[in-house]
Design a protein around this ligand. Structure first.
Ligand SMILES: [Zn+2]
Length: 407
């Protein structure tokens, strides 16, 4: 059975399943999604644009929340110099962060598309590389990744033949950040299964990645690659996932060793691909829980609450704020009276203490939490890594940890 055949698994023509066939809209033979209830077989683009093509839509129908388009990314990473991507763009005219969705082994399957659709609904510009249709980076290459994963419980990323993936991902980031409505200062990555492994590898070498949400990702090797990772990572697994379970243990260990922020959500009874609607493993309640958690994780870093002036009930916690009715008004008169000398930047770490010359109130003077882009920075609690470039360093207490993971 080839990887492509797996797309045909399950009852043929079932709603939401992916098959190889002719798209009813663009008439190209390719992997398409079946919408049997509506008697449609649609390709990725037409599936995503379904809101536009429904025949009963009236001229004054509400604007769909996002649009989608197939684009060709200029890239020097693959033969031919271009790679197909799908871009989802919210229609609301506001600046928005962007998210790169790294697909799993079978390309743009329903769970990968669903990730994109959910992110677009949440207001992100989304880019999905279509690896399954990219020259030089295809299913055969992915199958080799699988071979390594089955041998070593993890996916190798440092070999030259994996580099095209990472270069395409970087070109995706550069492409999406240049789009007019995209806020280039906020960028995250979501990866599924093998895409999770590639997302981890990519995030570790890309400081612009603020946050990473992963669905049953495979671990990468060498684990020392993750030493540079600073983004906060959420990984969702099913408790009955017998292919990716070893990766969760390895990932936890790596987070502890290298000090990147890591959270995991393990859902009882769920298996690998439990997010995929056309998989036998699909479980709706667990999938909804996982999606919700992944979206929330993205939001913390990429859509932080706007910084507002300190409300009165919080300002009253500050003893210095009590005699001041309005911070902006008192700020300027306070400068000459409180000036003890040339000390514009107080080095005192006193909680709640504000220099009088800064009228803008911090978001919350009571919490020592840094802004997300700073909190993703150096983590002082991390133990110093044993030796750079030597994964699983000499002081690792259990170098044979891989063997404890046979499930
Ligand atoms: Zn089509």
């Amino acid at each position: 059975m080839t990887d492509e055949d797996l797309m045909l698994e399950g009852p043929p023509g079932e709603f939401g399943s992916g098959v190889v066939g002719v798209c009813d809209i663009c008439h190209q033979r390719q992997a398409v999604i079946v919408l049997s209830k509506e008697r449609f077989k649609l390709c990725v683009i037409d599936f995503l644009n379904k809101a536009w093509i429904k025949t009963d839509a009236k001229p004054a129908a509400p604007t769909p929340p996002f649009t989608s388009s197939r684009e060709y990314l200029p890239t020097r990473a693959v033969p031919g110099g271009r790679a197909p991507v799908v871009v989802l763009s919210p229609t609301k005219q506001v600046k928005r962060p962007s998210v790169l969705v790294v697909p799993e082994v079978f390309g743009l399957t329903t769970q990968v598309l669903e990730a994109g659709v959910r992110l677009a609904h949440e207001g992100y510009e989304v880019i999905l590389p279509d690896f399954a249709k990219t020259p030089g980076v295809n299913l055969a290459t992915y199958a080799k990744l699988r071979g390594y994963r089955m041998l070593f419980d993890s996916v190798p990323v440092s070999q030259t033949r994996r580099e095209p993936y990472l270069r395409v991902l970087e070109d995706c980031r550069l492409h999406v950040r240049s789009r007019p409505m995209v806020d280039p200062t906020h960028f995250g990555v979501l990866g599924i299964s093998y895409g999770g492994a590639l997302a981890l590898a990519y995030a570790a070498q890309t400081p612009e990645v603020e946050t990473v949400a992963l669905a049953y990702p495979f671990m990468i090797r060498p684990t020392g690659w993750l030493q540079a990772l600073r983004a906060s990572v959420l990984a969702v697994y099913g408790a009955d996932d017998n292919v990716a379970a070893p990766s969760l243990l390895l990932l936890r260990e790596a987070a502890r060793r290298y000090g990147f922020p890591f959270e995991s959500l393990v859902l009882p009874g769920a298996r690998h691909h439990f997010l995929n609607r056309d998989s036998k493993a699909y479980r709706l309640p667990e999938a909804e829980l996982a999606w919700t958690r992944m979206m929330a994780h993205m939001k913390v870093s990429l859509q932080p609450p706007k910084v507002a002036p300190t409300p009165p009930h919080l300002a009253s916690r500050d003893p210095l704020a009590a005699p001041r009715p309005t911070p902006p008004a008192s700020a300027k008169p306070a400068v000459p009276s409180a000036a003890k000398g040339p000390d514009p930047v107080p080095a005192s770490p006193a909680p709640g203490g504000k220099p009088p010359g800064t009228p803008a109130a911090p978001p919350s003077s009571a919490t020592p939490v840094l802004p997300p882009n700073l909190s993703a920075g150096p983590t002082p609690s991390a133990p110093p890594p044993p030796a750079a470039g030597v994964p699983g360093g000499p002081r690792a207490p259990r170098p044979t940890g891989d063997r404890a993971t046979q499930a």
